[in-house]
Design a protein around this ligand. Structure first.
Ligand SMILES: O=C(O)CCC(=O)C(=O)O
Ligand SMILES: [Fe+2]
Length: 289
């Protein structure tokens, strides 16, 4: 039986004394940069998204990929599919806070009101530490929760392993069956109707919601990247500063740095939600993923 959901207020950030638009949570490896892009840049990104895909009225999250495509069967980056990165993305890369390894995998997502993304941990082994989310279109709360022992039992591995892969990448269809609890993966699809992935989790640790304002850039490293699940509740109204706020379309660009070959590994402190360690354990036990 699922334990009752426990939610706490978000931890308070440290505000950069030199720039109040930069907020940091050093213990979590988390940073939020407000107004990272301007309103005209935001409008350009929204227009570019809908020039390629005019749909706005549906219920499901829509994705577009740039650079090395995200592969929904390995939860890594495709070795074969690449789409040139548009200038509205390349223009801001020199301003990203971690400059020693820049992202090369970009997923632009549109969330119609009511759509979310179930709690998950992006694949540890296949991407570098710095994971970014640029938000635009509207503000949305992101739910963070420290993963616990119970999450390990709910982990699901990708259908294929990049390291042992010979098959063609399947990138067009988001993975199915990622609706329950923490996965060792990146973007799982929303839960089927009637199933709330947040209720399905057992809550060993409390969760908290961090409001991601439009045009802000979120950077996840360290514990927030490797040990916490993150997700967005699929709802039409959020409570922001105690007031109900109707959601309107929200967009994000998730940015990751692809690892290849021998770099595909992870030795983090969170083996329970680490795809690399779970794969090793399964190999030891003679299981396949
Ligand atoms: O939309 C977002 O801000 C985050 C999306 C996400 O977590 C992911 O694509 O892995
Ligand atoms: Fe994610």
């Amino acid at each position: 039986m699922a334990a009752p959901q426990r939610q706490e207020p978000p931890p308070a950030p440290e505000v950069d004394p030199a720039n109040p638009k930069i907020q940091r949570w050093p213990d979590l490896g988390l940073a939020l940069i407000l107004d990272f892009i301007s309103e005209p840049q935001e409008a350009e990104m929204i227009a570019a998204f809908h020039a390629a895909d005019p749909r706005t009225g549906g219920k499901k999250r829509l994705s577009q990929h740039f650079g090395h495509h995200f592969d929904y069967t390995t939860f890594g980056a495709s070795g074969t599919r690449f789409t040139p990165v548009p200038p509205y993305i390349t223009d801001f890369l020199p301003r990203l806070p971690v400059q020693d390894s820049l992202p090369d995998q970009f997923t632009v997502q549109y969330y119609p009101p009511g759509a979310g993304i179930p709690p998950h941990v992006d694949t540890h082994s296949m991407f570098g530490e710095a994971l970014y989310s640029l938000s635009f279109g509207s503000d949305v709360p992101m739910v963070f929760r420290m993963s616990g022992a119970n999450d390990a039992r709910k982990m699901r591995l990708p259908k294929r392993s990049l390291a042992s892969d010979t098959k063609d990448a399947s990138e067009s269809a988001p993975a199915e069956g990622q609706q329950n609890g923490a996965s060792a993966s990146a973007p799982p699809d929303p839960a089927p109707a009637g199933q709330d992935p947040y209720q399905a989790q057992e809550y060993e640790h409390p969760s908290w919601e961090l409001l991601l304002p439009s045009r802000s850039l979120l950077l996840m490293m360290g514990p927030s990247r490797y040990g916490y699940t993150h997700g967005i509740k699929g709802r039409k109204t959020d409570i922001i500063d105690g007031q109900p706020v109707q959601r309107v379309g929200r967009y994000s660009i998730t940015m990751r740095t692809t690892r290849r070959g021998d770099e595909i590994r992870c030795d983090c402190e969170y083996p329970g939600v680490c795809d690399s360690r779970i794969r090793e354990e399964q190999a030891r036990n003679g299981q396949t993923s």
